[in-house]
Design a protein around this ligand. Structure first.
Ligand code: HEC
Length: 179
């Protein structure tokens, strides 16, 4: 028979197991959900860039912002993320930047701006989650992994910044959940 003390030990052990999360992961359920969504979107973007775009290029089809009016173009990676976000009803998914091409990609609160600055300062911690008013938010750093990222933004007529370099933090994928 298991005694009272035994049961207590079991309950403590079990509770510890339930709340235990991988190191570096937030303990809050919504923050964990935000991290999972960001990881998934990162994977979806990689598949889009490395597999779909590379494949259609062989047929002369290229990513272009004006893809809708061009029979030989598909949407840009950034537009792909925003299009996915537009389909989601339960929470917000989008892109933000400190010096975005479009004002719609401006951080919505000072906490979002701070988070972008933190991501730029700590490349080793590419995902941040936090509570902000009545929402829980998650940001995943979006670095200019290739020179092409910087070149296209620098050349865009609406870009307020013309000296992006490879390696710069250009912005982040953002999720916003209502609490
Ligand atoms: C061919 C041009 C082009 C390339 C290449 C490109 N972008 Fe963009 N990017 C855009 C455009 C246009 C937008 C605005 C899309 C919108 O909001 O509809 C954008 C939006 C963004 C945003 C949201 C903030 C903002 O500036 O509006 C981030 C962050 C971003 N891009 C990062 C990147 C990264 C990182 C890469 C490389 C992996 C990259 N971009 C490659 C054209 C480009």
């Amino acid at each position: 028979m298991i005694g009272k003390a035994g049961i207590k030990t079991l309950v403590v052990a079990f509770t510890t197991l339930i709340v235990a999360v991988p190191p570096g992961w937030a303990a809050d359920a919504q923050e964990i959900a935000a991290q999972a969504v960001l990881e998934t979107i990162k994977a979806v973007r990689t598949v889009y860039s490395k597999q779909i775009i590379e494949q259609v290029k062989k047929a002369g089809v290229k990513p272009s912002e004006k893809w809708q009016s061009d029979d030989h173009a598909v949407m840009l990676n950034a537009q792909f993320v925003k299009a996915i976000g537009a389909e989601i009803k339960g929470f917000e998914l989008g892109l933000v930047g400190l010096q975005p091409i479009y004002k719609s990609n401006t951080p919505k609160t000072p906490a979002e701006t701070d988070a972008l600055k933190k991501l730029a300062a700590n490349p080793g911690q590419p995902i941040l989650t936090f509570a902000d008013g009545n929402q829980v938010k998650g940001l995943a750093a979006d670095f200019a992994v290739t020179k092409g990222c910087a070149d296209c933004h620098n050349a865009h007529p609406d870009s307020p910044k013309k000296d992006w370099k490879q390696g710069d933090l250009m912005g982040a994928v953002i999720v916003r959940f209502n609490k």
